[in-house]
Design a protein around this ligand. Structure first.
Ligand SMILES: Cc1cc2nc3c(=O)[nH]c(=O)nc-3n(C[C@H](O)[C@H](O)[C@H](O)COP(=O)(O)O)c2cc1C
Length: 185
């Protein structure tokens, strides 16, 4: 399986790291593209840095390289995940703009009718963003939020990150090991 992972400038780069770790564990080939907004956020969060993310990806693409493999629908992938997805990247995707590689790859994912999952991170949600969420949904994307549940009684931040990763990768039919699913008990 091959997935594109887009990392944009929403707060929460640790979500991206956790997803990439899980995908590596699951032997999924990842095509990573990190926006300049995400690089700015990384510097501020002083958590995982670019090298931590790129070390986990099969291929790393420059967000300015609109000639990269993932900019074409003829390059086969099984879908794309944007984590975290900023309000700006959501707007580009919802509006059909393809002016950086991340938004181009998302556009390609939609046009090829492959699965596109957006893990949004913003609060509160202004009307333009709510409208963009609906637009992206209607265009075929799965709109999610980077907000963990608590019904699995998490004991650490790692477990909260893991919860979000599990739910995001569920959308691709991937079963991340080590998560106790709700069984009604
Ligand atoms: C420290 C920091 C945190 C940010 N957090 C968010 C956020 O949670 N959600 C969001 O939509 N934008 C956030 N932004 C703003 C975006 O990074 C900014 O709008 C950027 O242009 C997005 O570009 P991109 O979508 O191409 O990555 C943050 C910016 C900084 C510097």
């Amino acid at each position: 399986m091959r997935l594109v992972v887009g990392v944009s400038g929403g707060s929460g780069i640790p979500y991206a790291l956790n997803v990439l770790q899980a995908l590596q564990q699951l032997d999924v080939q990842t095509e990573l593209v990190v926006s300049s907004g995400a690089k700015r956020v990384m510097a501020a969060e002083s958590g995982p840095q670019l090298a931590d993310l790129t070390a986990l990806a099969a291929h790393v693409h420059d967000d300015r390289d609109l000639g990269a493999s993932i900019s074409s629908g003829s390059y086969r992938t099984d879908g794309m995940l944007v984590v975290p997805c900023s309000a700006g990247t959501l707007a580009r995707i919802a509006g059909g703009f393809a002016d950086n590689l991340l938004s181009r790859a998302a556009h390609v994912t939609l046009k090829e009718r492959r699965r596109l999952v957006l893990a949004l991170r913003e609060d509160p949600l202004p009307r333009p963003m709510l409208e963009n969420m609906l637009r992206a949904h209607d265009a075929g994307a799965t709109v999610m939020s980077a907000s963990p549940g608590f019904y699995h009684a998490p004991q650490s931040i790692e477990e909260l990150l893991h919860f979000v990763t599990v739910r995001l990768l569920d959308q691709f039919g991937l079963d991340v090991p080590g998560f106790r699913r709700w069984d009604g008990a």
